[in-house]
Ligand binder design. Structure first.
Ligand SMILES: *[C@@H]1O[C@H](CO)[C@@H](O)[C@H](O)[C@H]1NC(C)=O
Ligand SMILES: *[C@@H]1O[C@H](CO)[C@@H](O)[C@H](O)[C@H]1NC(C)=O
Ligand SMILES: *[C@@H]1O[C@H](CO)[C@@H](O)[C@H](O)[C@H]1NC(C)=O
Ligand SMILES: *[C@@H]1O[C@H](CO)[C@@H](O)[C@H](O)[C@H]1NC(C)=O
Ligand SMILES: *[C@@H]1O[C@H](CO)[C@@H](O)[C@H](O)[C@H]1NC(C)=O
Length: 444
C-alpha cells in the first residue's frame, strides 16, 4: 500500500523512535513522524523512548481527510505523504482534520472483525420450528385494501405484530442486535411476523456519517428476515428526512433494487417528522412522494409514510393522502405517556377517512424519559389496533437499561443478543415478557 512507501521515504529507512516495548525487535509502538520524539535519536531519548535502527515502520492505520461530503464519505484525502497524513494524531490534533480508517470510513467505524457477509437464499426458506407456517409463506406480498393491509395474492386481511430493533448508529448499543442469529431467534417467538430495522440517519454515526456500516446492518437484518420467512421494515429512522433527499433516494434505490422483489420487505420512508413550524404535512408528503418515485419503478411493496409530530397525526395525512396505492400511514405512541391519549382520536379519525394505519413504533412506557409501564392503557391501545387490524411494532428489542430506555427494552442488560432466549425471567424485562405475550396472541 502506498502508505508504507511514503513513510519509509519520509525518514531514513529502518530508523524509528520506539515508545513501548523493551527492545527494538519487539517495539509495539513506533512514534509517527509528526509526534515529538520521532525526529531523531536525540529527541527520542530525551523523552525516555528508545531509538532503533533496522525496524519495520508500520503503515498508518488510515488516511487523513480534509473534506467530508454530506454522505459522511471523505470527499478529498489530504495529499499523500504530507505531514497531516502521518498518523491519526497528526491529522486530527495537529491539522484539525478527520482520520479515516479505510477509504470512506470515518475513524469510529468498528475496528473489530469485519461484519461477515450473510449468504442470501433466492427465496424465503423457513427455518421455523414446525409449529406454524412462516408468515411470508402464508400471506406473501402485502397491499393496502381500504383501511386494512391484505395479502396481495388472496385478499385475506393481515395484521402483523413484532418488534423494532434499536437505532443502528455505531456505538449506540443497539447494533449488537443487528445479527442474523438475533432475527432467527426472534422468528421463533409465537405470533411474531415482523421486525423493524431502525437505521439512524442524521444523528451521530448514523447513515450520513457511516453509510456503509449502517446499511450493512440493515442488509443483515433484511436477509435474515427473508431466510426466516418474516416481514421486515427498512426504516429510515430520521426526524428530518426532507433535509437529505438525495441520501434517502440513493439508499432506497439500493434497497429496492436488492430486496424490493421479496414480499418480506416494507419500506418506512420517514420515521418521525419532528415538529417544526415549516415542517408541514405538505413538506413531509412531498419528500415521501419523491422517494416513492425512486422505489416504485423497482418495487410495488408496501410503504409506510411518517405522519406529522413524531407520527401522531395520521388523521391529517388521511385527509390529504400520498399519491400511491400501496402506502400506510404511521402512528407512533407511548402508552405510559398521558399526552399521547389524544392520538387515539387521530387514529379513529384517520380510519374514518379511509386511511390504512400502521403502528410502526409504540411502547408500553414513555419515550426518552423513565415512567411506569401502563398495562391498562397498553391493553386499551391493543384493543383499538385489533379492532382496525392495525399492524404493530413494539419498541424496543434491546438490553439497554439507562434512564431513557429502561422501561422499554425487551431484554435485561447483558443478554446474549443472538439468543436463544429460553428463560423468561433471566432474559426478559417485565416489558419484554409482556410484549412477547401480546405478540403470542397473534399466533395462528
Ligand atoms: C532533532 O530533531 C529536532 C526537531 O526536528 C531538531 O530541532 C534537532 O536539531 C535535531 N537534532 C539532531 C541532532 O539532528
Ligand atoms: C424551517 O425552519 C428552520 C428553523 O426553524 C430552518 O432552519 C429551515 O431552513 C426552514 N426550512 C425551510 C424549507 O424553510
Ligand atoms: C399484487 O398483484 C398484482 C397482480 O399480480 C401485481 O401487479 C402487483 O404488483 C402486486 N402488488 C404487490 C405489492 O406485490
Ligand atoms: C388530528 O388529531 C389530533 C389529535 O386528536 C388533533 O389534535 C388534530 O387537530 C387532528 N388534526 C386534524 C387535521 O384533524
Ligand atoms: C383503563 O383504561 C381504560 C381505557 O383507556 C380507562 O377507561 C380506565 O379508566 C383505565 N383504568 C385504570 C385503572 O386506569
Amino acid at each position: 500500500m502506498r502508505w508504507w512507501w511514503l513513510l519509509v521515504a519520509a525518514r531514513v529507512a529502518g530508523q524509528a523512535c520506539c515508545r513501548s516495548g523493551t527492545t527494538c525487535a519487539t517495539c509495539a509502538d513506533i512514534a509517527p513522524l509528526c509526534e515529538f520524539g520521532a525526529a531523531n535519536a536525540t529527541e527520542c531519548t530525551s523523552v525516555g523512548y528508545v531509538w532503533c535502527e533496522g525496524v519495520d515502520v508500520p503503515e498508518p492505520s488510515g488516511e487523513c481527510c480534509d473534506f467530508v461530503d454530506p454522505d459522511g464519505l471523505c470527499g478529498t484525502f489530504v495529499a499523500e505523504g504530507g505531514y497531516c497524513t502521518y498518523s491519526q494524531k497528526c491529522c486530527e490534533e495537529d491539522c484539525g482534520l478527520s482520520w479515516y480508517k479505510n477509504e470512506g470510513t470515518p475513524t469510529y467505524a468498528p475496528t473489530a472483525a469485519p461484519i461477515a457477509a450473510p449468504t442470501i437464499t433466492p427465496m424465503p426458506t423457513a427455518t421455523f420450528a414446525p409449529t406454524r407456517l412462516a408468515p411470508v409463506e402464508k400471506w406473501g406480498a402485502l397491499r393496502v385494501d381500504g383501511t386494512r393491509i391484505a395479502s396481495n395474492a388472496t385478499g385475506a386481511p393481515v395484521q402483523l405484530a413484532g418488534v423494532s430493533l434499536y437505532w443502528s448508529n455505531f456505538g449506540w448499543e443497539g447494533e449488537d442486535f443487528y445479527t442474523a442469529g438475533t432475527i432467527a431467534s426472534l422468528a421463533q417467538w409465537p405470533g411474531l411476523s415482523v421486525v423493524r430495522a431502525a437505521m439512524g440517519v442524521e444523528d451521530e454515526s448514523g447513515y450520513l456519517d457511516l453509510p456503509d456500516y449502517n446499511k450493512r446492518l440493515v442488509e443483515i437484518v433484511v436477509e435474515a428476515a427473508i431466510e426466516n420467512g418474516i416481514y421486515v421494515i427498512i426504516d429510515w429512522h430520521s426526524h428530518e428526512a426532507e433535509n437529505y433527499p438525495e441520501a434517502a433516494k440513493n439508499f432506497f434505490a439500493e434497497m429496492a433494487t436488492a430486496y424490493g422483489g421479496y414480499p418480506n420487505v416494507i419500506f418506512e420512508i420517514y420515521n418521525e417528522p419532528e415538529p417544526l413550524e415549516n415542517r408541514t404535512w405538505e413538506v413531509i408528503k412531498a419528500h415521501c412522494e419523491d422517494v416513492l418515485a425512486v422505489i416504485r419503478p423497482i418495487s410495488d411493496n408496501l410503504a409506510i409514510v411518517g405522519t406529522r409530530r413524531w407520527g401522531q397525526y395520521p388523521n391529517e395525512s388521511a385527509a390529504d393522502p400520498v399519491d400511491d396505492v400501496n402506502v400506510a400511514y404511521s402512528v407512533h405512541f407511548y402508552a405510559g405517556w398521558e399526552g399521547h391519549d389524544d392520538i387515539k382520536d387521530a387514529v379513529h379519525e384517520a380510519v374514518e377517512l379511509g386511511a390504512p394505519i400502521f403502528a410502526s413504533e409504540w411502547g408500553q412506557g414513555c419515550p426518552h424519559i423513565a415512567c411506569d409501564l401502563d398495562r391498562n392503557n397498553t391493553e386499551s391501545w391493543i384493543g383499538i389496533m385489533d379492532d382496525y387490524q392495525i399492524s404493530w411494532v413494539n419498541w424496543v428489542l434491546n438490553d439497554k437499561s439507562d434512564v431513557i430506555d429502561d422501561t422499554l427494552s425487551i431484554f435485561l442488560p447483558g443478554v446474549d443478543p443472538v439468543g436463544p432466549w429460553d428463560d423468561d425471567d433471566a432474559d426478559y424485562t417485565d416489558a419484554g415478557k409482556y410484549t412477547k405475550s401480546l405478540i403470542a396472541r397473534y399466533a395462528t
